[in-house]
Design a binder for this molecule. Structure first.
Ligand code: AMP
Length: 301
């Protein structure tokens, strides 16, 4: 069923999506290649996509607001992708509330009736069942998240490429919250020549510093207090080894999964005598909830 009101156009199937994109295509303001904006629009792109798993919060909405600024038409996808969850993970309990998500997306400065929310089921995205051919994250998928969640980044990249093909955006926005995912998507687009510009957006945090995440909804009050250790860990300073140790100390009330201090492009760990900018990434479980966070830090200064 296609709904067209003052809220964005909600579509569930490939056919509905194609029809909604055709409407956007007809309305698009023509641009010559490489031209950033015209007399009719100051926006550099025709269509932007923001891919999410729903249970939206201000972090997701910041991406949508940026998409709105960058493109005439916006598509938000809401799909809890089974391919990126291992059997022991939270696929079945992952929060889902499409009505709430739609209301949030209709907020000021976000989506209007010509924008599209694509909320397919797994049978729409994977009509033949689990895909035989998949995208591999390569060496970026072998470290940090890749060690803790084998195959996770391959599952992410596979659905990201599929959703790029299905939604045909000129620009796609991803949050720095999932820094390894953002790096892998950038690399995929370069290595496989996907005709999409990738734009990263900064992490949105609560007042207490905790990075917004749909999984924060699982936390009890006490678990939330302990979870603050992740964002506090990102304040560690000193040499590479001092930063790694300081980050672990800050997370002592959590079950630390990893602390990584890496080159932001290759994700290789920086050596003990490294001086300069690196990416500090942390992952930990609090209760039964696995959380991640990261920040760029100055090492050895
Ligand atoms: P998810 O629904 O968790 O798959 O996230 C969808 C997109 O929102 C991804 O690009 C995430 O990196 C981004 N995102 C999630 N949380 C935040 C946050 N706190 N700040 C900025 N972006 C976020």
């Amino acid at each position: 069923m296609t709904t067209q009101t003052t809220t964005p156009t909600l579509v569930h199937t490939r056919e509905e999506l194609a029809a909604a994109l055709a409407v956007q295509d007809v309305q698009a303001v023509p641009r010559t290649e490489g031209q950033a904006g015209t007399a009719h629009t100051a926006r550099p792109y025709r269509r932007a996509v923001v891919m999410t798993m729903g249970a939206l919060h201000a972090g997701h909405l910041s991406l949508v607001a940026r998409a709105r600024e960058l493109a005439d038409a916006v598509v938000v996808t809401i799909f809890v992708n089974p391919l990126q969850f291992s059997p022991s993970e939270d696929l079945s309990r992952y929060p889902r509330d499409l009505h709430r998500d739609l209301a949030l997306l209709s907020g000021p400065g976000l989506l209007g009736p010509d924008d599209v929310v694509f909320a397919p089921g797994p049978e729409v995205v994977y009509p033949d069942g689990d895909p035989i051919v998949r995208v591999s994250a390569g060496s970026i998928g072998d470290v940090l998240e890749g060690v803790s969640r084998p195959g996770h980044l391959d599952g992410v990249l596979t659905v990201v490429l599929k959703l790029m093909h299905l939604t045909r955006p000129e620009v796609a926005l991803f949050g720095a919250k999932d820094a390894q995912q953002l790096a892998a998507v950038r690399r995929m687009v370069r290595d496989l020549d996907a005709p999409v510009t990738v734009v990263g957006a900064p992490i949105v945090r609560d007042e207490d510093g905790i990075a917004l995440s749909s999984r924060n909804a699982y936390l009890s009050d006490d678990e939330r207090r302990r979870a603050l250790g992740l964002s506090r860990a990102l304040h560690a300073r000193g040499t590479a080894d001092e930063i790694r140790a300081g980050a672990r100390r800050a997370m002592r009330e959590t079950e630390v999964d990893y602390v990584g201090l890496v080159d932001p492009v290759t994700f290789a760990e920086v050596p003990a005598d490294f001086v300069g900018e690196a990416l500090l990434l942390v992952a930990a479980t609090v209760g039964t909830t696995r959380l991640i966070d990261n920040a760029v830090v100055q090492v050895g200064v």
